[in-house]
Every structure is written in structure tokens, then in C-alpha cells.
Ligand binder design. Structure first.
Ligand code: AMP
Ligand code: MG
Length: 508
């Protein structure tokens, strides 16, 4: 980057991450700014995700705890790493900002995992970069623990997501509304390229940059498309599908991302940038948690249309690659973008059938699912408990002697009974026995999600007492979301009135 000041610092040598190579750093200089992590005073390893380290072929067995703390705090930079901050732009709450970039994240490089896939390794909260715009480049422990728990829960739920490899307490305070302990998260992604990365080059009229970036993500994320003559349109179509599927998965689980700015939407189709994200307790489609989302732009029910809006911004950056003829390019973009809604609805309905225990497809299934959501909204029913409990109801309904327990989750149980009668009729047309159906439903309807009041309690223990035991316990529970775990049943419970968390805050 020529127009940006890169903080001058010396790299410290020490332990190195095995297998780490430069990745994005090999793209032209205007794609990134060199950025060395700023050393921290007293790095302490809070958590290393050993299963993920194994998957990434990071053999860390021989490392002392201090070496791990040095590596995952950025106090030691691997010899093979060329750390960078990535350049990107983005629409934030609808307003375009031509330059954002990694203001508190540093990409160390990439590794090849046991499946042969390339994975980025990034530190988040590791100090100022050329893109910090007055921010301190640091992260407080709360958002770091939230991201660790929620991203790992999402992975266990089968939702595409960035992963959390490690977290380190820095020993240095960060100053937000109050003084808080600082921490660093090591994040792993198939790629950190966002819609905003494309916008960065498009906004500068740098069509060549857009093309280099498109070729990079095709090679990295969608290699099957590389040979096609129409590969940029195929890339756009692939991202439309990936995002439609991703958002449908969120909607199956009551997940609210919270800041669906175009810089927080990954080309890989992974959930990225867990800021004020949260899972709903009682179902209400208008739910917003983020303290900065004053108008509910990123409310639960708005996520599919916002996804489509963001993809339209992506398409705009690709138009010159679609065709030299602008009208033809726009037409191409619109026809592909038109696939978002049907794809979303198809994936959503497919998942809803599984959640309701249906193996066959009937015309009326969409209406049946909508009917349940309407009843849940009116009855203030807990999202996660309702679906999980339907699995048990299957047994009660099958012998016709009882109504099941789900009805008790609704303020008006009779309204649920009316819906359940339709569901029972629909189940009567299905093959398979009740216990197999229950098992199949329990494999898609989690018992445990990282409930917001639990996440907040984990953060409070870490901040107030330096106690990470609650973090360990919650993490262990939510990374086996479909297992009964009878000893942990309290974690399945919604918050009591006084425990409810109504607002979450960004990492900034
Ligand atoms: P986010 O809200 O995490 O998506 O971040 C939006 C933008 O603000 C990105 O460019 C971030 O890198 C930047 N940013 C967020 N927090 C900080 C911070 N503490 N210091 C510097 N930049 C930050
Ligand atoms: Mg972001």
C-alpha cells in the first residue's frame, strides 16, 4: 500500500507454526499492508483447540505453553510468515465506506489441512495496522470468548463458519466504555475475502484488481469453475448459492448475525465476524440484539433479504468481468441474483422438513412450517426447545394417547394443539416408525445452543474473576449440541426473566 502508513516494528523470532506459508500476501501490494503484531506484556494461553490444530496439521505437541502463548499472541512471528492486514471496503448499515480493512486483524498466512484444503490463519486483536483508523487494534476478552464459543458451536451444528484455533489473554488492558482485559483470537477461515474486498477495488475503478481477486477466490474456493469460459458469472452464482444456503441454516437455528455489513459477508459462504451475534430464546422474527442496529436492519427475519442486497453489491463489482456490454452484464447479474430467493426457500424448506420429521415432500409443507412459526411467535415459545421437544412429541402422538409436552412451551397451548393436529395428519402420511423419526429429528434439532445469558455469564466470570472454567464448560456443552448430556440439562434452559439479555455489543 503506498498511501498507508505501516507501523514500523521489528519481527521477533521464536517458535514457528509448522506448515505455514504466505498466501494472500503473494497478491500485489495494493491488496494488503504489511502489519506486524504488536507485542503484548503477559500472554497467557486460555485455550487451544487441539482437534482443530490436528485438522490443520499443526503439530504443536512439542511446544511449551509459553511458546504457544507467544505464537498465538503474535509475540513470536513464524519465520515463514509475512503478516499482513487485508484491504477492504464495505457498506456499513447501508452506507458505503471505501476503505475499512483489517484494523485489528493480522493474517499470518495459510496452511493445508488434512483434507487438502487451504486455511487462513489470522490473529484478531493483535494491534494496530495501516487500517486502524484511530482504533487501538485490540480486542476485549468478552467479544473474543463470544466468538470462540459461538463459532465452535456453529461448526458443531454443521453451519459453515470460520473457526477458533486459540485464544490468549494479553495481560494488557483495553479501554472501551470501561477498562477491560485484552485478548487475542486466532481465527481460521477458508478465506477472509469478503464482498467488501471486491468493493475496495471496484470503488477505485481498478477492474484489473477485481479480476485478480476473482481469479484468486476461484482458485482457492471454487476451483471447479476455473476452466469455464463464463467463470466470473459462475463465481457469482456459486456465492449466491452458498450465501442462500448459509442464511437458511441460520434461520433453522434462530441465529442472528447482527452486523451483516458487506465487509462481514465472506465469499466462501462461511459465517464470519461474530460481533453482536446471538441465538434467540423466545421466537420473534423482529428480534434484534445489536446495540448499534437502531432500526432493526439486521433483525432475524431481515437476514435473507439483506443477504440478497449484499449480493447485489457484489454483482456490481463484477459487472465489467461479465461482459463489455453493460446492459448484457446487468442482465446477467440480475438473472443470477434472481436465483437467491428460490435457492434460499428450497434449502430452508428442506431443512424444515427434517426439523419436523418429514421424509417425503408435500406441497403443503411450507405452509405447515410457517404455521408453526406463527404459533411460536404468538405463543412466545422458545425456538430451540420447541423443535427439540417435537422429537419427543412424535412418540406421544404416535400412540394417540397424549398431546406431548411441547404445548406447555406456548402461552396458549390450545393454539399449539391446533397446529399439532395438522402436523399429526401430515406425519400419518409418512413412512418410518416413530422412534426412528425421533432420532432423525434429534440429529437436526439441537438441544444445546450458546444461549446469550450463558455467554454473558462466561464473560462476566472471565472479566471479574479471571475464571475460565465457565467458558470451558459452556464450550464443551455447545460443541455436542445434539447429544442429550443429561448432567448438563440446565444449559438447555432458556433464561429466567431476570437473566434475559436483550442487547449485545460489537467487538469494537
Ligand atoms: P467490525 O465491526 O468488526 O466488522 O469492524 C468494522 C471495521 O472496523 C473493520 O475495518 C475493523 O478492522 C475496524 N475495527 C474494529 N475494531 C477495531 C479496533 N479496536 N481497532 C481498529 N480497527 C477496528
Ligand atoms: Mg468485520
Amino acid at each position: 500500500m503506498t498511501d498507508l502508513q505501516t507501523p514500523a516494528r521489528e519481527a521477533v523470532t521464536g517458535p514457528s507454526l509448522p506448515g505455514l506459508v504466505e498466501g494472500y500476501a503473494t497478491l500485489p501490494d495494493r491488496f494488503h499492508a504489511r502489519a506486524l503484531p504488536e507485542p503484548v506484556s503477559a500472554p497467557m494461553l486460555i485455550k487451544l483447540n487441539e482437534a482443530l490444530a490436528y485438522e490443520l496439521r499443526l503439530d504443536l505437541g512439542g511446544f511449551a505453553t509459553d511458546d504457544l502463548a507467544a505464537l498465538f499472541s503474535g509475540n513470536a512471528v513464524s519465520a515463514s510468515s509475512r503478516p499482513i492486514a487485508m484491504a477492504y471496503a464495505g457498506h456499513q448499515f447501508g452506507n458505503f465506506v471505501p476503505q475499512l480493512g483489517d484494523g485489528r486483524a493480522i493474517l499470518l498466512g495459510e496452511v493445508t489441512d488434512i483434507h487438502g484444503r487451504r486455511r487462513d490463519i489470522q490473529l484478531k486483536g493483535s494491534g494496530q495496522t495501516a487500517f486502524s483508523r484511530g482504533g487501538d487494534g485490540r480486542a476485549a476478552i468478552g467479544p473474543v470468548l463470544r466468538e470462540y464459543i459461538v463459532s465452535e458451536a456453529m461448526a458443531a451444528l454443521g453451519v459453515p463458519t470460520t473457526r477458533s484455533l486459540a485464544t490468549v489473554a494479553t495481560g494488557d488492558p483495553v479501554y472501551r466504555e470501561q477498562r477491560l482485559p485484552g485478548a487475542i483470537l486466532t481465527r481460521v477461515a477458508a478465506s477472509h475475502v469478503r464482498i467488501g474486498t471486491f468493493q475496495y477495488f471496484a470503488a477505485r475503478g481498478d477492474t484489473d484488481g477485481v479480476k485478480i481477486l476473482a481469479d484468486h477466490v476461484i482458485a482457492r474456493l471454487y476451483p471447479a469453475l476455473a476452466q469455464g469460459a463464463d467463470r466470473y458469472a459462475a463465481l457469482f452464482a456459486a456465492v449466491v448459492n452458498a450465501q442462500a444456503d448459509l442464511i437458511a441454516r441460520w434461520m433453522h437455528l434462530g441465529f442472528i448475525h447482527g452486523v451483516m455489513n458487506t465487509d462481514n459477508m465472506a465469499i466462501s459462504g462461511e459465517t464470519i465476524d461474530y460481533g453482536p451475534c446471538a441465538f434467540m430464546d423466545a421466537y420473534d422474527p423482529a428480534t434484534v440484539f445489536s446495540s448499534i442496529d437502531q432500526y432493526g436492519r439486521y433483525a432475524f427475519a431481515n437476514q435473507p433479504p439483506i443477504g440478497q442486497w449484499n449480493l447485489a453489491r457484489f454483482a456490481e463489482t463484477l459487472l465489467p468481468l461479465f461482459s463489455e456490454n453493460q446492459d448484457a452484464a446487468v442482465e446477467r447479474a440480475q438473472s443470477i441474483l434472481g436465483e437467491f430467493k428460490p435457492r434460499f426457500e428450497e434449502t430452508f424448506l428442506k431443512g424444515m422438513r427434517a426439523k419436523l420429521g418429514l421424509l417425503t415432500e408435500r406441497e403443503e409443507d411450507g405452509a405447515l412450517a410457517r404455521g408453526l412459526f406463527d404459533t411460536m411467535a404468538k405463543g412466545g415459545a422458545d425456538f430451540t426447545l420447541t423443535f427439540r421437544s417435537l422429537g419427543d412429541d412424535v412418540l406421544a402422538l404416535a400412540d394417540g394417547t397424549a398431546n406431548g409436552k411441547t404445548r406447555a412451551l406456548f402461552s396458549d397451548p390450545a393454539a399449539f394443539d391446533a397446529w399439532a393436529a395438522l402436523w399429526r395428519d401430515r406425519l400419518a402420511q409418512e413412512p418410518g416408525d416413530a422412534s426412528a423419526r425421533r432420532a432423525a429429528m434429534n440429529a437436526v434439532n439441537p438441544k444445546y445452543i450458546p444461549r446469550n445469558h450463558r455467554v454473558e455469564a462466561v464473560i462476566a466470570a472471565a472479566v471479574d474473576q479471571g475464571d475460565y472454567q465457565p467458558f470451558e464448560e459452556l464450550l464443551a456443552v455447545v460443541t455436542k449440541p445434539f447429544d442429550e448430556q443429561p448432567d448438563m440439562a440446565a444449559y438447555a434452559e432458556p433464561p429466567q426473566m431476570h437473566e434475559r439479555v436483550l442487547q449485545t455489543f460489537c467487538g469494537t
